[in-house]
Design a protein around this ligand. Structure first.
Ligand code: WTA
Length: 675
């Protein structure tokens, strides 16, 4: 059970409910896909009481099948979901193909319709890829992969920047029934190696170099470093992003993307797979050091992606959705790739950053392409809010109807900034709460339909039965105006089907902490209107700029440094990144020379984390201390470490149970001296 809830930086301010903005309806001739709140309530009720009927209807309507399913869920009755660690199976005996649903059916209808709007790192260097062109590219790569021996059920590792070829890659892999395992291109070679080995990928798809925020990243070199310890990898397909002739190329193993694709014709039939066949693996951080290969299966995931895209963002076929997230994370999987394409809409693939060449970049893109739905993490909004409205004012943003927020709580003042300056009061803000494991939205308003409150993720998505539990007793708190940990009672179609090669770990992590519930890892409150407020993680996960980091994983990286005796990593509030990482480190006394420069040591420790995990996980603060506070059984009391960083050293409670209470005084001094 969690030691204590982490600090959250939102206040549950019970702001009044606001109806969807009237201006939303001026900006569209369409009725919302979920036409009104009564319809939401009616559908929601059915989705909970008879998920078999509800999701069966939805799956027939929103997905195309080679073979219809016999039953939407087995067992039909959700009453026993999660008991004994069991998950129901969805769309029994149905057969379909993800790439057919995302590409072919739209290409057949209208090949000239834009599918991907690529905005390169440098403004004005992008291009538009139609559904017809996408089908061609996907078919060619699918053939190349087949020729290289990739078969149904194999995993292919993907280490690519945000370019259209990343979308082509994912869809080509699933076209032949294989699974992709995307590794965020900000991860180091060590992390990439770990994921290639754990996922048993034999083929890697990457780029020569990447461009981001005006900088060039040596992507292929990172892959080469990773592959030194991956003897089973047969081939690496390399997309030429920059064409730098000095990029290393191992002719026995490496293949140029363009050479391979040129060998094949423009069409290759998709391979029908079973509804419950795996679609992809995506690694995510948890309470322990080893990242988890979260596995999603085909039909349930696809249904979650398409329904939430259409209902949460109110996406219609002619819309353009711009999700400013990376394909290396679940947000990119579901709302850059699968959701928009399954809905037949156009998706913006943006290679750059919100600050390059200046803070107007997002708004310039929205204006240029007349984007209808924009989706981003609050961390970017905080940065842009700080930069000032002068970067927004001159752009025409009147095409926007839905403004999404994801990955961390959005503070009310940031919500208002988004609403006033980007939506200009006429776009509906949807604060979407979900996880890698959930595949698609869990709690969210539906654009044009659900009333909102700044800072609240509002109400559950279809099929989601949220429960607030007392963290210590595990009792259900069924009233309103309660706070506790967030659990979910019933399984939903896009819930992860396990952790790759370790189903027991899936059960232990999500289904064991509170018997017969899915445990989210987050604290939450339900207010007097029944609206939900996410209060942050209750486990040892830190959320930095919407990136989920495991403190145990960072500790495991630090210990790789020769001088480190012990470390404890905790999160603390940061104005820009939401949370920042602080590492308390005690050094091996006998190994540090008398005249050691401790600032250099700190820099080395930061470098170690960059090298072991990636730059985005680097601690913001290193606190060198003699000793860490421990219980008599030797457990580090992280609660104390967090409280000291939060300036709450007068609220440490009883520290007399520590085996080394004297450690606390020095910790307070070190923190005061550093921050
Ligand atoms: C957090 C990202 C508050 C939460 C999609 C969750 C949020 C974790 C929100 C999952 C939100 C996500 N409000 N917190 N709207 N959305 N989170 O797997 O702690 O990278 O458990 O998926 O992000 O992170 P993940």
């Amino acid at each position: 059970m969690p030691e204590s809830t982490q600090q959250s930086h939102i206040s549950l301010d019970h702001e009044k409910k606001q109806d969807p903005p009237a201006g939303f309806f001026e900006r569209t001739v369409n009725k919302p896909n979920v036409p009104d709140l009564e319809t939401y309530q009616k559908w929601y009720k059915q989705s909970i009481e008879d998920p078999n009927a509800f999701f069966g209807d939805q799956a027939k309507k929103h997905l195309d099948w080679y073979r219809p399913f016999d039953l939407a869920r087995f067992p039909v009755d959700p009453k026993h979901d999660f008991e004994h660690g069991d998950l129901p199976a969805w769309f029994i005996n149905g057969q379909l193909n993800a790439s057919y649903n995302a590409v072919d059916r739209w290409a057949i209808k209208n090949p000239d319709k834009p599918a991907i709007i690529y905005e390169a790192d440098e403004p004005n260097q992008g291009r538009i890829i139609t559904y017809g062109e996408l089908l061609k590219q996907v078919s060619k790569l699918a053939q190349a992969l087949t020729k290289l021996g990739v078969k149904k059920g194999d995993s292919v590792a993907v280490y690519l920047p945000m370019i259209p070829e990343a979308v082509v890659t994912l869809l080509a892999i699933v076209r032949i029934g294989a699974m992709h395992s995307v590794v965020f291109a900000g991860f180091s070679s060590t992390s990439l190696k770990d994921r290639i080995l754990d996922g048993d990928s034999r083929i890697v798809i990457t780029a020569d170099e990447s461009k981001r925020g005006g900088k060039t990243i040596e992507t292929k070199k990172i892959v080469d470093d990773a592959l030194k310890d991956c003897p089973k990898v047969r081939n690496v397909i390399v997309f030429k992003r920059t064409g730098n002739p000095h990029v290393p190329f191992n002719s026995g193993r490496d293949l140029w993307w363009h050479d391979e694709l040129n060998k094949y014709g423009p069409y290759f039939p998709p391979v029908p797979v079973n509804a419950e066949d795996p679609l992809f693996l995506l690694y995510t951080s948890g309470s322990t050091g080893k990242p988890k290969g979260v596995q999603h299966n085909t039909a349930g995931y696809l249904l979650g992606a398409v329904l939430s895209t259409k209902y949460t963002f109110d996406v219609h076929e002619d819309d353009i959705l711009f999700t400013a997230g990376d394909i290396g994370w679940i947000t990119g999987h579901t709302y850059v790739v699968y959701g928009p394409l399954l809905a037949g809409a156009a998706t913006v693939v943006f290679e750059g950053t919100p600050a390059y060449p200046n803070y107007s970049r997002y708004w310039e893109i929205v204006d240029k392409y007349k984007v209808n739905q924009f989706y981003v993490a609050p961390t970017a909004l905080r940065l842009l809010k700080r930069a000032g409205t002068k970067y927004v004012e001159k752009y025409d943003l009147s095409s926007l109807r839905a403004l999404g927020s994801v990955g961390e709580p959005i503070a009310a003042e940031v919500w208002h900034w988004y609403n006033d300056n980007i939506g200009r009061g006429k776009a509906h803000i949807v604060d979407t709460y979900w996880q890698t494991e959930s595949g698609s939205h869990l709690l969210t308003p539906l654009a044009g339909t659900t009333p909102t409150k700044p800072g609240s993720a509002s109400l559950p998505f279809f099929g989601i039965k949220p429960i607030i539990l007392d963290p210590t007793t595990g009792a259900e708190l069924s009233q309103n105006d309660v706070e506790g940990v967030l659990a979910i009672k019933n399984a939903w179609p896009s819930i992860a089907r396990g952790i790759y090669n370790d189903y027991n770990r899936f059960i232990d992590t999500y289904l064991k902490p509170y018997q017969n519930y899915y445990f989210s890892g987050d604290g939450a409150a339900r207010d007097n209107d029944g609206f939900y407020w996410i209060l942050g993680r209750v486990d040892d996960v830190v959320n930095v700029s919407g990136h989920r980091l495991s403190t145990a994983e960072i500790e495991a990286a630090l210990i790789e440094h020769d001088l480190v005796a012990e470390s404890a990593v905790v999160g603390y509030a940061d104005d820009l990144t939401g949370q920042a990482v602080a590492a308390y480190v005690s050094l091996k006394k006998d190994k540090i020379p008398e005249d050691a420069d401790l600032d250099t040591v700190k820099k080395e420790l930061i470098l170690t984390v960059r090298k072991e995990i990636g730059p985005f996980a680097a601690p913001k603060t290193i606190l060198l201390v003699d000793d860490l506070p421990k219980t008599r059984s030797g457990k580090i009391m992280r609660r104390i470490l967090r409280k000291v960083l939060a300036g709450e050293e007068d609220q440490l409670g009883d520290i007399s149970t520590l085996s080394n209470p004297q450690a606390v005084q020095q910790i307070i001094q070190v923190v005061h001296a550093s921050l």
